[in-house]
Design a protein around this ligand. Sequence first.
Ligand code: NAD
Length: 256
Amino acid sequence: MGMLEGKKGVIFGVANERSIAWTIAQALHNEGMELAFTYVGEALESRVRPLAESLGSKIILPCDVTNDGQIDAVFNTLKEKWGGLDSLVHSLAFAKKEELKGEFLTTSREGFALAMDVSAYSLVALARGAAPLMEGRNGSIVALTYHGSQKVVSNYNVMGVAKAALECSAMYLAADLGPKGIRVNTISAGPIKTLAAMGISGFKTILDMVEQKAPLRRNVTQEDVAKTALYLLSGLSSGVTGEIIYVDSGYSIMGM
Ligand code: NAD
């Protein structure tokens, strides 16, 4: 019997089979968790639906995180169908392609607001929707972040600022929700070749750098990240909240 048998989780952020969210979903499913999935727009629905159905998922809903109506609809459906929720995975981010190259100095007001709304505020909105369903169930929320929040990474620009806001939001949410037994943590993943990552100019250089300099001398995989997500979304991490856990082959510990 799996460690998560009888538990229910909702996954935000599957775009295709390379998505970090998809590998996390598989890891949770393998431990017996029942899953709901969301997608953005019709084009992605045709990719997400078959993946979700392959794990036996019966709840597959549209959710653009900038749309409060769609967020409400997701949590209303989960309440109606499941009556409660144990896990939430926030594995999504967005910035305009032109803001992910060149100087941060040129970031537009609109581009800054959009990146913050989709990539950081969304965690607040989703946690607010999930919290009433997680009360009394030791709920756990996990969001994906990147080291460009703490140090300057060329071309990461406005997304670094959004990830800093995401990490800090996770801390404040952990403080608010801790008394209800709900935990909120982030995983700071090393670079992985996914759809979102390909939007970052010079991404291949970042991958090469990790391979050369990280203590483990290799890039991490979706599976490396999913194993840590499994830890954070299960009772194995029952005393851990408000943390940023690095899954980056140790790259972030290196100085000169
Ligand atoms: P991905 O492209 O597979 O996933 C990104 C997801 O964000 C997609 O499913 C997309 O639909 C979703 N999304 C974008 N705008 C949205 C919106 N308005 N509403 C709802 N969802 C929206 O790429 P990924 O690499 O798996 O990214 C998942 C998370 O991991 C992101 O937060 C990303 O910043 C983070 N991350 C990625 C890497 C990496 O190198 N790939 C490293 C560290 C952190």
